[in-house]
Design a binder for this molecule. Structure first.
Ligand SMILES: [Cu+2]
Length: 159
């Protein structure tokens, strides 16, 4: 687990270095990571989003050039006991609160990877918010098993 903590610290330093000079404004991301994946396959990124404003802010999309499409998804258990996921047009982060994107719940979905994504790679990901500046992250690719991801939240079954 040592590697995990090292990467989290690196992410925090990166954020403070490029947070626009003012921490405590807008929405900030922490603890971000994404799954490895194969060319033409899919992947997903997870993170903690914190809304430092006094208004609700909506995450309305994301973009990255490592996949043909990048979408905000929500995984959930359907009545028949299988995981499904649905594209979200807007996910509200309540004023002053945090929203966790995690396996089995909200995530940033990468559909149609341009190339293999291996553990140790880094991916540039831009998050779009309604009425607030974009947030661009350098997301480390990690082993989902190390990160508590079960692999059972629907990503391995997506066409
Ligand atoms: Cu998904």
């Amino acid at each position: 687990m040592k590697r995990f903590f090292t990467l989290v610290v690196a992410g925090a330093i990166l954020l403070s270095a490029c947070g626009g000079g003012m921490s405590g404004e807008g929405v900030q991301a922490g603890n971000f990571w994404m799954r490895s994946g194969l060319k033409d396959g899919n992947s997903a990124a997870y993170m903690m989003l914190t809304n430092y404003t006094d208004q609700d802010v909506s995450l309305v999309g994301a973009s990255s050039d490592v996949a043909a499409a990048v979408e905000v998804h929500l995984s959930s258990m359907s009545e028949d006991g299988t995981m499904k996921m649905e594209k979200q047009d807007a996910v509200v982060i309540p004023a002053g609160k945090s929203l966790e994107l995690k396996p089995g719940s909200y995530h940033i979905m990468f559909i149609g990877l341009m190339d293999d994504l291996m553990v140790g790679d880094e991916v540039t990901l831009t998050l779009h918010f309604d009425g607030y500046d974009d947030v661009t992250l350098t997301v480390p690719v990690q082993d989902a098993a190390d990160m508590g991801g079960s692999g059972m939240d629907g990503h391995d079954n997506m066409p």
